[in-house]
Design a binder for this molecule. Sequence first.
Ligand SMILES: NC(=O)c1ccc[n+]([C@@H]2O[C@H](COP(=O)([O-])OP(=O)(O)OC[C@H]3O[C@@H](n4cnc5c(N)ncnc54)[C@H](OP(=O)(O)O)[C@@H]3O)[C@@H](O)[C@H]2O)c1
Length: 440
Amino acid sequence: MKPVANLTDSEAAASSLDQTSTTLNIAIIGFGTVGRSVARILSERSSADLRLTHIFNRQIARKRVGELPETIRWTEDINDVLSSDADVVVELIGGLEPASEWIRRALKSGKSVVTANKQLIARHGAELVRLARENGQHIAFGASVAGGVPVISGLQEGLAGDELVELYGILNGTCNYILTRIESAGVSFAEALQEAQKLGFAEADPTDDVDGFDARAKLTILARTGLRVSADLESISAKTISSIEPVDFEYAKLLDCTIRQLSRARKTSKKLFATVGPALVHASSPLARVEGARNLVMSTGKFGGETVFGGHGAGGHPTAVAVVSDLIAIARSRQVNGAALNEAEGEIPTLSVSPDFTSRHYLRFTVQDEPGIIASLATIFSRLGINIDSVFQKPGYSKSKLPFVITLEPCPASLVEKALTQIASLKFHVQPCLNLPILD
Ligand SMILES: NC(=O)c1ccc[n+]([C@@H]2O[C@H](COP(=O)([O-])OP(=O)(O)OC[C@H]3O[C@@H](n4cnc5c(N)ncnc54)[C@H](OP(=O)(O)O)[C@@H]3O)[C@@H](O)[C@H]2O)c1
């Protein structure tokens, strides 16, 4: 199919007829977990609107499987795909390069693109959407956030009539699995991580997940899609979940809360408030009920209020469902003469990012017990105008490594950081204070 933007009027008229009757030819690049699932779903669909024509991977011979149609061309030469008659390239190799170069080449050669690559879309999404538009093509990335949960299409289409002001949620299944295991089995972070690795929920190098970089990329995409704000990925603060211990769940429970890795973004006229990191969420919140590797995204709209999207955030099949849904959307949009599927036109401002949410805070101190600790902490807080809300100390811990918790009344995160810098110089700490926001 020729790109709609490059057609003459008479070609366009003919093409619009073509498009209603033409099957979309699909090339998959990257035949791994998601690629295999996409191929399977395409081969099992009864409808003839999507036809898998090419599968590309390095060292392709070891990837061949018998159950797919014999007409598929298996190749390890990317030029076979880029110079083919494929209408859509499905990029599933991951990573920034060569994925980014191949996507650009595909768009320029008149092919639409579907990708699940969050790091790439978070960094280069705006430019790739522009390139797609210039070439009369689509780039769809519904699988890049929350796997099989249709949050991108939900924000782009289902909630297009609202003006969203806030998005927050659980965007990383690995972190959610680890935290729910620490909570339910009372195991340490290291043990829960090992379990997650054995079960295939965590990579051998878990940094991207546990330190929040994966969720940060997804939050950047959500902010652009839902809040229509562009933000520099690196400027969003990401905090690790590796400092969470079983005792934090015990104290969280006393506060009628649990702990989840929370990604949140709130738009104001001048700033985008955005952070990723562990936070206390109330037991009655839908966030608290997200178990194992599931994802959940909540949006708040000026007119429509709160909306919740939830389900399987990862895995071959759920992610492939999102990819195939994007392919179907492209096929449908071609049938209505190239209707825009890309993000809505119009200016998307770049806002500066601030981590400075105002909220209650949970501070867990681990100290060598001695008289006067609470008094010295209270002095620093009161000098800065911070109000202590409550103090908890569970019995049964050694005096040489005593955990206790102070909660603070709502105040800006920056003010709490200022207090903690002063507090860090006090001599009784056995380990650094854990500071978590409490989501109300
Ligand atoms: N898996 C999930 O649950 C999930 C969820 C959401 C989004 N995603 C995204 O989906 C994409 C694919 O993920 P995946 O889990 O399917 O990854 P995967 O299992 O590692 O598959 C990637 C495939 O691409 C091939 N490949 C990688 N680099 C290549 C290159 N330079 N040239 C040729 N072939 C190359 C790999 O070949 P080798 O076998 O030789 O390595 C492998 O077959 C990623 O962007 C990921 O972030 C995945």
